[in-house]
Design a protein around this ligand. Structure first.
Ligand code: SIN
Length: 492
């Protein structure tokens, strides 16, 4: 029976809205009929429901992926390239609808949702192109009768667990690589934003990607047992997760029981450093992009903004002026630049960080409070004179709060920037070429932006060091979905 969910979403093609999970090419409900209610964070209105699946459905999805792997892994790289390019073309044709779905379930403004969509599609395009370049090697042998050959083979069934802050791009970053490599997948989308995942699966199926290659198991109340199965089932050969560091550690532990290959992109606490020799106006623009993208809800968002004392006042007032120009509201409205946070729990954390900083002497230059009314809105905030012992310097805020800390010397700021257990991204502004090299090398992070607040692209090795993760996605990340096999050709 056709679902009526989505009929009021203003889509050109409402049939992109799927309200069931996907197992072995069949759209299915949860066995026990349980449902997840998905709400629009800008209005608190119900968008629709998807099934709340459990252990049994997860096992079925893994079995289906295993069955599909037998033939999908035998397709040629060129066949996979062509199918992925068809999928990419369909994503492009449906840009307006897919971006609208992102806005409805995540809240980000439509312009930003289109940006996410383009980013998302670029992973499919990139990995289609990578599929045909999974080269092996011939290694000269010290023994005359031996020839050494190395081949790459798809790893098998992959479990993919993704967050709500990029409902589309975090799926394609993993799925694109998995499919290109010849792997099949079971995806657990976040309960807050499952519709983007389901729409992508529908388009992949229209592109001709066979049943069972992509399976989707939405879940909420059974998340622990579903997650455990996705990490421990012996059929699954790899787990790829993006989300918080505590959950990453738990999943890593579960996957360790069967020594699965794991890719993890976990939390960040990015330093953003403005040296006095940097271009201050450019640094303000960089901070706007880097701090307030997704209303501050990205793992690579600046979390601690360090400004050298001689330019501190100038930077702070320019940043507050720019933030005053934001239009916060429902992402579907054209004038909106920044949408809501995902839910009230997110607001609670942001409020806790702001209240703590203020209680320790920070000044609120702008914002500093929840915006009352429907939806989970928090006013974009700039705090100055944030003391070093404020909570916000230790924990990722994941919200629209720019916390400015003053520093004097390069040595001092590097020490503060690295004083955290995580290390995903770091940014700084300086025009001194020696300093640019020194600081880029000294920051304990996986990715550095120098004189830019924007680093994310499909072509870069995305990932962190310390407790921010394992492995790299994008770029040559297809290798994470392949086994390297050595074959010695002897008896020549
Ligand atoms: C994330 O927040 O997890 C990803 C951000 C990005 O890819 O830019």
């Amino acid at each position: 029976m056709a679902s009526t969910v989505g009929s009021s979403w203003g889509l050109k093609d409402p049939s992109l809205v799927k309200t069931q999970g996907l197992i072995d090419g069949q759209w299915v409900d949860a066995q026990e009929g349980a449902k997840i209610t998905v709400t629009n964070p800008a209005t608190d209105e119900e968008l629709g429901t998807v099934p709340d699946m459990g252990l049994e459905e997860t096992k079925q999805a893994i079995e289906a992926a295993s069955k599909a792997f037998k033939s999908w892994s035998k397709t040629t790289a060129k066949q996979r390239h062509d199918l992925l390019m068809k999928f990419y073309a369909l994503m492009q044709e449906n840009t307006e609808d897919l971006a609208r779905i992102i806005t409805l379930e995540n809240g980000k403004g439509l312009a930003e949702a289109k940006g996410e969509h383009a980013y998302s599609a670029s992973f499919i395009e990139w990995f289609a192109e990578e599929a045909v370049r999974t080269y092996g090697e011939v290694i000269p042998s010290p023994f005359p009768q031996i020839r050494n050959v190395v081949v790459k083979q798809p790893i098998g069934v992959v479990s993919i667990l993704t967050p709500w802050n990029f409902p589309s791009a975090m799926i394609t970053r993993k799925l694109g690589a998995a499919l290109a490599a010849g792997c099949t997948a079971v995806i657990k989308p976040p309960p807050e934003t499952p519709f983007s995942a389901l729409a992508l699966a529908e388009l992949a199926s229209r592109a001709g990607i066979p049943p069972g290659v992509i399976n989707i198991v939405p879940t909420q109340k059974n998340v622990n047992e579903v997650g455990r199965e996705m990490c421990q089932n012996t059929i699954v050969k790899k787990v790829s997760f993006t989300g918080s560091t505590p959950v990453a550690k738990m999943l890593y532990g579960l996957a360790a029981s069967t020594l699965k290959k794991v890719s993890i992109e976990a939390g960040g606490n990015a330093p953003f450093i403005v040296f006095a020799d940097g271009d201050i106006d450019a640094a303000v623009e960089g901070a706007i992009m880097c701090k307030f993208r997704g209303s501050g809800q990205t793992c690579v968002c600046a979390n601690r903004i360090y400004v050298q004392s001689s330019v501190y006042a100038d930077f702070a007032s320019k940043l507050a002026d720019r933030v005053a120009q934001f239009k916060v509201g429902n992402g579907l409205e054209e004038k909106t630049t920044h949408g809501p946070l995902i839910h009230d729990k997110a607001i609670e954390k942001v409020s806790r960080h702001v209240d703590d900083a203020v209680s320790r002497g920070a000044q609120v230059l702008i914002g500093g409070k929840r915006i009352e009314g429907p939806g989970s809105f928090y006013a974009p905030t700039v705090l100055s004179d944030v003391p070093r012992d404020a909570l916000i310097n230790d924990e990722e805020t994941f919200g629209p709060v720019a916390a400015l800390v003053k520093f004097e010397t390069e040595e001092e700021v590097i020490k503060m920037a690295n004083d955290t257990p995580v290390g995903l991204a770091g940014y700084f502004y300086s025009r001194d070429v020696g300093r640019v090299w020194r600081v880029a090398e000294a920051l304990e992070v996986g990715m550095v932006g120098t004189n830019t607040g924007t680093i994310s692209q499909a072509v870069i090795p995305f990932g962190g060091v310390k407790e921010s993760g394992l492995g790299r996605e994008g770029s040559h990340g297809i290798d994470e979905y392949m086994n390297t096999k050595f074959i010695a050709f002897g008896g020549l």
